[in-house]
Design a protein around this ligand. Sequence first.
Ligand code: FES
Length: 191
Amino acid sequence: MKKIKDKPQESEDLLLEKDRLWQPRIVAFLCNWCSYAGADLAGTSRIKYNPQIRIIRVPCSGRVNPLFILRAFIDGADGVLVSGCHPGDCHYSTGNYFARRKFALLKRLIEFCGMDERRIHFSWVSAAEGSKWSQVVNDVVNAVYQAGPFTGFDLPVFSKETEIETPADLCKQGPERFAYSIDLMSRTGKK
Ligand code: FES
């Protein structure tokens, strides 16, 4: 005779199996002139690295709006990597310095939102550093793997009108709202 409690047990097993099979999805924004060329070099040199990374080519790391990163998380990424030319090597002179500043602010916002900081990474990889690229990817994938699947932002953010809004809402409403949340974060004294 078949046991009735077989069914919940089965779904629990399925969940465990799903957990076991889970692989992180990582979006990488790479500048065209250095990091993308470095990743290309890794490919043409047949250097193996973790395939969980999905590359988006941008003209410069300075082009990466923090909203792109939040959007990636909202759309299902578990981790994000931004990589550009080494300081002083940017094709547009100072784009990577702007990227570094934006990234520092974003890291604080991410922390404020209760998100694991192992999910976002920034690196410098030149066109000649194919092996460094593979190392960076493996490190990022490991860090995101440790952090586990991304399930959403934990903490609400308060808007000007004292309504509660999530970072996802802020993201949908545009850069002004996002900028406001950064401002709010700095005023709360969170580091
Ligand atoms: Fe590579 Fe600006 S062109 S970071």
